[in-house]
Ligand binder design. Structure first.
Ligand code: PEP
Length: 258
């Protein structure tokens, strides 16, 4: 048993306008309250689109909800002529606790490389937000049997210049790309192996305290059917969830299982 508080993070991607987001949060909060959910035992966070963040903030503040929220992306610059970008200051002003960085969809479609992701991590940390750093191999890397080295290497490439204090504020999400949105979930043992390898490498790069502090989430086709076995793994500290986080009752069930 470790001292890390598990986390369930729902990444809505490009789904829900601000009215749908508000309705979801209201129902989700009601579900959790009804289930006497213990927020001290498991942290819950939602990642709406930029356009819904203000509505979620108002609702969370006015109803004193214990649900956290964050952004799906962040700019590396603080202000200026960067059309379409959203800065760390703006996200912090909206009450974001977390920012997802390095998601495979951002790496693929924008594309963001390790240098961008390092700057995003720094931008988030500088404004008091915790980055959730997504890493994970493609099907090809898994076929070659290099999945652990690949995921560990991605974490190392982004974190190597961080101080111990900065590194201890990171959250890592191990998300094999082949498992995202495909219905193909990693086995509990392979999620554990990856989380353990990442933690061991954090220990070698920083120290044991950092390694024991950083939460390592698993992401990739998590549902209420596989969550119990996955969360039973020693080094798996929770989930980053896409598809299943769009269904409020399903997300509630997963939270109760963690
Ligand atoms: C994700 O996009 O981070 C993710 C894990 O998606 P899904 O749960 O749908 O696989």
């Amino acid at each position: 048993m470790n001292a890390r508080i598990p986390m369930v993070a729902g990444n809505w991607k490009m789904n829900f306008d601000h009215i749908e987001a508000t309705a979801f949060v209201q129902k989700f909060a009601w579900n959790l309250k009804n289930a006497h959910f213990n927020f001290r035992r498991c942290e819950v966070a939602l990642f709406p689109s930029f356009t819904s963040l203000r509505s979620v903030q108002v609702l969370v503040q006015s109803d004193k909800l214990k649900i956290h929220y964050g952004a799906q992306a962040i700019s590396v610059t603080s202000q200026g002529a960067f059309t379409g970008d959203v800065s760390a200051d703006m996200l912090a002003a909206l009450g974001c606790s977390y920012v997802i960085v390095g998601h495979s969809e951002r790496r693929k479609y924008h594309p963001e490389d390790d240098a961008d992701i390092v700057d995003q991590v720094r931008a988030a940390l500088a404004d008091g937000m915790q980055p959730i750093l997504c890493v994970g191999e493609s099907f090809e890397e898994r076929r070659q049997g290099i999945e652990l080295d690949f995921a560990v290497g991605q974490v190392r490439d982004v974190t190597r210049d961080l101080s111990d204090e900065e590194a201890s504020r990171l959250i890592v999400a191990y998300e094999p790309v082949w498992a995202i949105g495909t219905g193909m979930v990693a086995t509990p043992q392979s999620a554990q192996d990856a989380a353990h390898a990442i933690r061991e490498d954090l220990k070698a790069t920083f120290n044991d305290q950092v390694a024991q502090t950083v939460r390592i989430l698993y992401g990739g086709s998590v549902t209420s059917k596989n969550a119990v076995e996955l969360i039973g793994q020693e080094d798996v500290d929770g989930f980053l969830i896409g598809g299943a986080a769009l269904h409020v009752d399903e997300l509630t069930t997963i939270c109760k299982q963690v």
